[in-house]
Design a protein around this ligand. Structure first.
Ligand code: ZN
Length: 376
């Protein structure tokens, strides 16, 4: 920027020099021309009587100024006047050039100031955005956030019947909700979480996010209120993701990326989540397509994505429709004996009973001494 100003200032200075020279040159010419014409006039004057009388008249006019007639004649006076005019003209020309240089300078300074102000405004708005981000992360304290890689490993070891490395005697529960957002259920879930002052991790379906502006605002609310977001594919379409019961790596990866982009569109390009959950869960495909599941796992780890299954559930997507009390009983049954409980629930359309059961489920888990965490 300063280089630009220097360059433009140099240019202006050069231009003003040229202008001044030109103006002066013209002025000089004018002076010279008037001198020439004076000389010729003088020559002519000496020849004509009429002119002589003119000279006399003017000489008389000069008399009141008490200028010696012999030394300065009328033509000399004209010459002086013309020279004065030429000098005045030159001074005015220089003044105009200097004036324009100052005006241009002021304009550049104003422009620079405006740019600086704009830059400050941008950094201010960034600052306030950071404040919002900080607020969001303040409403969840850092000890409340678990690394997704830790949970992935914990669940894998537990599934294989091994003692998980992360077992430390501390009871922790992770509430997770799949298939949202929905306009009907997710707001009720968020209300319940807020009322109980706990947070959850929402595994979102990209297609559902993009469905409506209301849903996009729900995603913003999830984050603003201190919850975490995971990726549950874009289409949630088994035929597309697992054609003929085999994992299609390309389709799965592009579906995860598509949801990722939908999230960035709403939450900003800096947003990313490392938590992914397959429709049907990792354990389903580990059994049905072990080779495909292994390749998938490698591809995900390359991008620092981690698969998060569950070890407890409300059964709100399995079997017959259950009421709130039945859902709570399923949670109690499956959480029982778990040191780290990752609970699967759903907040999509038709899951009103889940939202209804949630306050009671949270109260029960609190009574059991569970600490509530989210995963990132
Ligand atoms: Zn699902």
């Amino acid at each position: 920027m300063s280089d630009d100003i220097n360059n433009s200032m140099n240019y202006i200075n050069e231009t003003s020099k040229i202008n001044t020279t030109n103006e002066t040159g013209e002025a000089d010419d004018t002076v010279r021309n008037s001198e020439n014409s004076e000389n010729s006039e003088i020559n002519d004057d000496s020849k004509t009587k009429e002119d002589n009388s003119e000279t006399n008249e003017i000489s008389e006019n000069i008399r009141p100024f008490e200028i010696d007639e012999d030394e300065i004649d009328e033509e000399d006076l004209k010459g002086i006047k013309r020279r004065k005019f030429a000098i005045l003209f030159t001074i005015m020309a220089i003044a105009i050039v200097i004036g324009s240089v100052i005006a241009v300078q002021k304009f550049i300074i104003n422009k620079q100031t405006a740019e600086t102000l704009n830059a400050n405004e941008i950094s201010d708005s960034k600052g306030s955005k950071n404040q919002i981000d900080n607020k969001a992360s303040n409403s969840e304290n850092s000890s409340e956030v678990e690394d997704v890689a830790f949970i992935e490993k914990y669940l894998n070891q537990q599934m294989k019947g091994q003692m998980p490395d992360g077992a430390d005697g501390k009871k922790v529960v992770y509430l997770t909700f799949d298939d949202g957002p929905s306009e009907t259920v997710t707001p009720q879930v968020l209300d319940a979480l807020k009322a109980e002052n706990v947070h959850a991790t929402f595994f979102l379906v990209g297609k559902a996010i993009d469905e409506s502006e209301v849903n996009k605002n729900i995603v913003k609310r999830e984050i603003t209120e201190g919850n975490a977001i995971g990726n549950h594919t874009y289409s949630h379409n088994y035929k597309y993701l697992y054609p003929n019961g085999k994992i299609n790596l390309e389709n799965c990866m592009s579906d995860f990326e598509k949801t990722n982009q939908s999230l960035k569109n709403i939450l900003g390009q800096d947003f990313s989540t490392r938590a992914v959950r397959f429709p049907g869960g990792q354990m389903t495909w580990d059994k049905k397509d072990p080779a495909g599941a292994n390749a998938m796992d490698e591809a995900l780890h390359e991008k620092d994505y981690h698969q998060i299954d569950w070890n407890s559930l409300s059964q709100d997507a399995e079997g017959a429709h259950k009421n709130a009390e039945q859902l709570k009983q399923e949670v109690i049954k499956t959480v029982s004996g778990r040191e780290k409980a990752i609970i699967l629930m759903h907040d999509t359309y038709g899951k009103e009973e889940t939202a209804k059961a949630l306050p009671e489920i949270i109260k029960y888990l609190k009574q059991q001494g569970y600490e509530f965490k989210i995963m990132k």
